[in-house]
Design a protein around this ligand. Sequence first.
Ligand SMILES: [Zn+2]
Length: 446
Amino acid sequence: MQRALVLDKNKNPLMPCHPARARQLLTRGNAAVFRQYPFTIILKERDGGDIQPITLKVDPGSKTTGIALVADFKLGKCVIWAGELTHRGQQIRDRLLSRRQIRRGRRSRKTRYRPARFLNRRRAEGCLAPSLQSRVENTLTWVGRLSRWSPINLLSMELVRFDTQLMQNAEISGVEYQQGELAGYEVREYLLEKWGRECAYCHATDRPLEIEHITPKSRGGSNRVNNLTVACHACNQRKGSQTATEFGYPNIQQQAKQPLKDAAAVNATRWALWRRMNALGLPLEVGTGGRTKFNRVKQHYPKVHWIDAACVGESGEKIYINPSQAPLQMKATGHQSRQMCRVDKYGFPRTSPKQGRVHYGFQTGDMVRAMVKKGVKRGTYIGRVSVRAKGSFNITTPIGTTQGISYRYCTPTHKSDGYFYEKGEAHSSATTRVAVSPRQNSWIRK
Ligand SMILES: [Zn+2]
């Protein structure tokens, strides 16, 4: 169950509580709603209270970042809140691209004889592209928010895909990659990265890949990483006991001998995030992708972003995940358009300059509840509002957008804060697989 976050009367975080408890406190008037997303209540009388250690765990992804709050109770570790943060990297990229193209067009039209300027822009060392930077900032926003509203004492994030330390010297480590051995997962991630996540023979990417011996074991091939590649099941079967050269791929052997260059710098965004998280002042644990997968597979959890986040690092072992938990979906929307007015495809102004952003007390991005009493649009709409100066708003709900709803029907539930929220759905395979109560669970420490 997603717990409700709790603050005391001085806005200091207390232990998150069960939603039933939150309802009880609200109906008795002992608490008030502080925020709708994530659901947070503030107690009117309480000042301080008992807290248990909570870890904030993050699995950074390019499209979606999984976030989980894991409490360390006496009975064991348990996910008490989860969220999935959807980034807007692609949107930022597209907008900057269109701005650049319009500017280029305008330049060649208006100032045709001005010499081209180039190489006169300096970038800070290690700066990230805006689309990547936004992923770092989105994640940090949520780390900051959650540590303000819940008593977090440890941060944990997945930093790299595989651990070269654990593999010793990656290229010469001989590994029995059996199921259930941590180093095997690290080797697999290493190989996937090295071979570009595709079958080395047919370049298929849409199917599960197997670890494959270039010179087969039956012909004296070793388990070393420089004799391993990744292949799809069909190619692996067809190759059988041939070597890669006999199979018709003489280059594979050569390619396998070259080590993956600079394995640590594979993901610059994650390192940037790591530096910023480190600066927050809380202890920070890091894990590898291999470790995350190892923890998740060992506990038979499905692959979902928030569960991956819960399984990050050494603290990701022996975690109880409630089957009915539905993560909060948080979608980055940005705050406002930077453009002063809309332009047509040639870059000419199409609209009047933008006006104030607040109309009738509402602003685009606010979450509202609209109860339409009459007409064809009769019904209740709960979603994100797009305001119009005339007072006829659009409301986006998980089902779709309804246009032309008057501001008179709308009640604000959550002020715009750069994100669109949706309640996630409980993962069905999580429901069937994890149907044990924490008490019956054998992982619980005594
Ligand atoms: Zn293949």
